[in-house]
Ligand binder design. Structure first.
Ligand code: SF4
Ligand code: SF4
Length: 429
């Protein structure tokens, strides 16, 4: 007989402080140390992902002028990033509703995109707003999150069921969102994305535990899952979420500089209540069983397949060794951090801002003496190909899964049934 557990029983256990909640990483660590974990041993598993998520946008509404003073706003920029005013015109109200993309670059600040703006808003910084009315008047304001009537982050396509590794099969370097430095030619290096065993969809492949209306932790704030996202299909599901900026933590957000522009960073965590043995059996027990396709960078055809066990192996956190810099004449890494995580003093990297570091390994690739991180090597067509960049931050995802666990145990995160199941297309049209 299939063993089951009711959601109400799990909730009761949370109230009684007897619920057993594990992050997927804790489960993996127990299993790899030889311990057996059974259905009865866990009530909820927390999953998470932290990576580049191009499909995020900020939705804002705030007052820029008194009522009756102008008809509507036709142009709005936030820290120089052009927004889309509307859809509501809010005629004669002096209020603007707007949407701003995470990928849009600022016209006034170098290396600054919507992802950078969202992080600064959460950090409590002032935003410079410049708006034009239909009458041609220009209005300029400084505003903080607390001054805004409405500020939420939404995503069209998030927590994709893992992603791919990339290799450049061409004979020339390529500037691309899949590398920080121009991508070397002739199959010389590999980059990859995806948090592997920690990914929410990887752990709920039959969409049994979360769905439309489920609470979700977005960058540390409680939001909701709206439904399946764009370009979804059953093999590569993704989700749309919405969450308030208020309560988010900057360390889960920001921008990542690739060789083809900036991409926004976003992090999500979801709980999986272990309601039956099927759900428990589907929880990933090893990165070695999560497949990772290698794609040719130009054209995206599949040229190989490895697993996330080949790329993730308790090698999550980059460690900095400043002693290595003592005898160095010229730093080859100083301006090459994609998240601006280097703290520079007297022209030298003195420390790492851990709230910005993405553990991507770009610095390690440039200077392995100072930046200690085991970036793996992949066997491909008989050759050893080095991984030079990781575009997902498994360490950050583990921290968010731990935050979710802590919130669940304290009764601060609701454990609820979804309103309806997520549906996905059979194929991409
Ligand atoms: S980070 Fe590396 S290249 Fe830069 S100063 Fe230190 S040892 Fe030299
Ligand atoms: S691992 Fe290095 S290059 Fe990557 S974000 Fe951290 S400090 Fe920057």
């Amino acid at each position: 007989m299939v063993k089951t557990k009711k959601l109400s029983e799990i909730r009761k256990k949370i109230e009684n402080n007897s619920a057993i909640v594990l992050t997927v990483q804790e489960l993996l660590d127990r299993i790899s140390s030889g311990k057996k974990v059974k259905f009865e041993d866990v009530d909820i598993v927390t999953t998470a992902t932290k990576g580049l998520m191009s499909g995020i946008m900020g939705i804002f509404s705030f007052r820029l002028s008194p009522p009756k003073t102008l008809r509507k706003f036709t142009e709005v920029n936030m820290n120089g990033i052009p927004a889309f005013p509307g859809p509501c015109p809010n005629e004669y109200l002096g209020i603007v509703d707007l949407i701003i993309y995470g990928t849009t670059q600022s016209r006034t600040i170098d290396n600054y995109c919507g992802g950078s703006l969202f992080r600064e808003i959460v950090e409590g910084k002032s935003v410079e707003i410049s708006a034009k009315s239909a009458e041609g008047d220009t209005i300029e304001r400084e505003m903080k999150l607390e001054d805004m009537q409405f500020a939420k982050l939404a995503g069209t396509r998030q927590a994709i069921k893992n992603y791919n590794a990339m290799i450049n099969c061409e004979t020339y370097k390529v500037n691309t969102i899949f590398s920080c430095l121009p991508f070397s030619p002739n199959k010389a290096e590999i980059t990859f994305s995806g948090c592997g065993a920690l990914n929410p969809f990887q752990n709920d492949p039959e969409f049994e535990s979360f769905g439309v209306g489920s609470p979700v932790l977005v960058n540390g704030a409680i939001g909701h899952l709206m439904g399946s996202g764009t370009r979804n299909y059953i093999e590569k599901p993704n989700m749309m979420t919405i969450a308030p900026f208020e309560g988010m933590k900057p360390e889960y957000m920001g921008a990542f500089k690739t060789s083809f522009g900036l991409e926004p960073i976003c992090s999500l965590a979801l709980p999986i209540p272990i309601l039956n043995e099927n759900i428990f059996n589907n929880i990933v027990k090893s990165d070695n069983i999560v497949k990772l396709s290698i794609l040719s960078l130009v054209g995206r055809e599949k040229v190989g397949e490895i697993t996330y066990g080949d790329v993730w192996d308790n090698n999550f956190l980059m460690k900095f060794n400043p002693d290595a810099c003592k005898n160095c004449e010229e730093c080859k890494a100083i301006d090459k951090c994609p998240t601006n995580a280097f703290i520079v003093k007297s022209g030298m990297i003195s420390a790492i801002d851990r709230s910005r570091c993405f553990n991507c390994g770009n610095c390690t690739h440039l200077c392995p003496e100072a930046f200690i991180l085991e970036l793996k090597t992949i066997k491909f067509e008989g050759n050893d190909i080095p991984i030079v960049l990781r575009q997902s931050d498994r360490h950050g995802a583990i921290l968010l899964a731990e935050q979710l666990k802590s919130m669940i145990l304290k009764g601060e995160f609701p454990i609820r049934k979804p309103i309806s199941k997520l549906r996905f297309a059979k194929t991409v049209k």
